[in-house]
Design a protein around this ligand. Sequence first.
Ligand code: SAH
Length: 221
Amino acid sequence: MTLKREKVRKDTLKHQGKRQQLAKVVEGKGIKDEKVLEAIKKIPRHLFMDSSFEDHAYQDKAFPIAADQTISQPYTVAFQTEVLQVKKGDSVLEIGTGSGYQTAMLCELGAKVYSIERQQELFKKTKLFLSKIGYRPRYLAFGDGYKGLPDYAPFDRIIVTAGAPFVPKPLLSQLKVGGRMVIPVGKDLQVMTLFERKSETEFEKTEFGNFRFVPLLEDKN
Ligand code: SAH
């Protein structure tokens, strides 16, 4: 019998100090929402990445994770979350669970989080990891984000964390009247776009700056 020793990764004062710095950097780039900045100070981003890349965790940049995907840049997560304007108790649908960092941010803001991931390996890994470090999203789904989660709709907020070549209709229809959806739209480069649902039939659209995300992939089946 072989004994497998699992390395326990820690969150130290040094990590916490680096997070304070990171929050300052993000604030310096224009993020004002105190709750978002507080969440950056709290979430142990280094644990969302492979231990060999820990040095990169508290720099304000995106980084590769499993299955050819990336953990989004902290500024991007903060920007999208600020535009989303999450209130405690809001039901929020996230498309693209990935590392779970954005999911953790939404949990920190007191949202009931529903998140979809299409890569099975990542879905399994992140589901286990989030519960291990104490985050409790309402529901993590393995599936196609283009379809949303009709069984749990409507949502107060929807956040898409992959570059969408077009705006998926099911997502707009799963938004509550008075709700907000933030989605990066475009092929190579994406325009951060906010949709506010004004009535059953009316949406107000606001465009922000350019961002670069991994693509929101369409399933062929
Ligand atoms: N929110 C993540 C960002 C991950 S990158 C984080 O904070 O780390 C975008 C993620 O979207 C990837 O994990 C990718 O696999 C996933 N994705 C791409 N197309 C998708 C689709 N159609 N449905 C659900 N997830 C999708």
